[in-house]
Design a protein around this ligand. Structure first.
Ligand SMILES: [Zn+2]
Length: 380
């Protein structure tokens, strides 16, 4: 998940606490609902200014509680050696951005449970304090805010324990399947399916609420449904990438003995004998066993078709591009980063001026697809 516009607020316990601009929308919505509906109902006869003040205090308490929920996840994750990029509050609550996935099923379980456990503790604390304040102070406004915070923390705990990945309950489910069968990708697939079902269920609930005339609640359910659906999908994609590429180098995934072009070949021979016959869109140019460059569609399209029979590959090929030349021991992670940064999609794998193979983005996507297919066929 990316929060490129998030504002850094402060550091707490070694974590960067950030605010996504979308947070202001939900903060406003909650303050508005509390000041116009919840507090006038539970504490009648006060001024609007009093309601707004109480609403702002309760809203801030709500997000402080969410922050503590995420900090609990982060502290436990950090104990298992996972680095935390930061904790961000946004439209749908809070999220702790882990730099990598947790290392084991056991770690996943404890990281997942830490958040809801914190929320339950907070609920108990707020309830106890509200009870004490009612006994001793007799300040109904304070009691009502505290009761609200106790309730909201209980709701946070219960909602997050729904077994729908990537909610905490879904992570517990994934940890259980992962531990039981030892296959993290398959565990993630099933957990992600639970998230998909829950996402659709929320959207259906939202539509029903719309028909009942509850417009805000209805739209809200639909939005959260979309969010859970997208989050489940992207979490599975990340796991698929990790399972396919983690710890692998270019050497393991490259196409060995690629089709090459000799500089003597005419362009029409290159098109017919290499591009069309071998179904490739580019070819390394090799002379006497030494890699000298490459030729692709872009080079061809710059040459008039009438001249293809009289022009040779050696006259027009593109020289070696540093960005497109990679060593065989380059980790796939680094290659993916290079693709994202430079937009280059075809690479020549070179060692000591010798061509060992080629790697293309399509080739990498093919590996993802293969991992996905073989994992899909596994039965527990
Ligand atoms: Zn959580």
């Amino acid at each position: 998940m990316m929060f490129s516009n998030a504002i850094k607020l402060f550091r707490l316990g070694g974590f960067d606490i950030k605010l996504d601009p979308s947070w202001f929308l939900i903060a406003g919505l909650i303050t508005w609902t509390l000041s116009t509906q919840y507090f006038p109902l539970t504490l009648p006869g006060q001024t609007m200014a009093a309601y707004v003040t109480l609403a702002v205090i309760a809203m801030l308490g709500f997000f402080a509680s969410l922050l503590l929920h995420e900090i609990a996840h982060s502290v436990v994750a950090r104990r298992y050696g996972v680095r935390i990029k930061g904790i961000t509050l946004f439209l749908f609550g809070g999220v702790a951005e882990l730099e990598s996935e947790v290392p084991t099923a056991k770690a996943e379980l404890w990281v997942a449970l830490a958040g809801p456990a914190m929320s339950v503790c907070l609920a108990v604390v707020f309830w106890t304090v509200s009870w004490l304040s009612e006994l001793t102070l007799g300040a109904p406004a304070l009691t009502i805010v505290l009761v609200y915070l106790a309730m909201i923390n209980m709701i946070i705990a219960v909602f997050n324990m729904v077994p729908a990945f990537p909610l905490d309950g879904g992570r517990v489910l994934r940890a259980y399947l992962w531990n039981r069968h030892g296959d993290v990708l398959r565990a993630t697939r099933i957990a992600a399916q639970s998230g998909t079902v829950f996402g659709y269920a929320l959207m259906i609930l939202g539509v029903l609420a719309l028909f009942q005339g509850a417009v805000t609640a209805g739209l809200w359910y639909i939005l959260i449904g979309f969010f859970v659906l997208a989050a489940a999908k992207s979490a599975f994609q990340n796991q698929l990438m990790q399972s396919t590429f983690e710890g692998k180098t270019v050497r393991a995934l490259m196409i060995r003995d690629p089709v090459i072009a000799s500089p003597e070949l005419t362009l029409s021979a290159f098109v017919n004998q290499v591009m069309l016959a071998e179904r490739v869109s580019f070819a390394p140019v090799v002379a006497d066993g030494v890699l000298i460059g490459q030729i692709d569609k872009d080079v061809l399209s710059a040459i008039d078709r009438d001249n293809w029979t009289s022009t040779r590959v050696g006259d027009v090929f593109a020289g070696l591009d540093v960005a497109a030349t990679i060593p065989p021991d380059m980790p796939i992670d680094a290659l993916l980063k290079r693709i994202a940064e430079t937009g280059t999609r075809k690479f020549l794998v070179v060692q000591d001026h010798k061509l060992l193979g080629v790697v293309t983005l399509a080739n990498l996507i093919g590996h993802l697809h293969d991992t996905d297919q073989s994992n899909r066929r596994k039965v527990w």
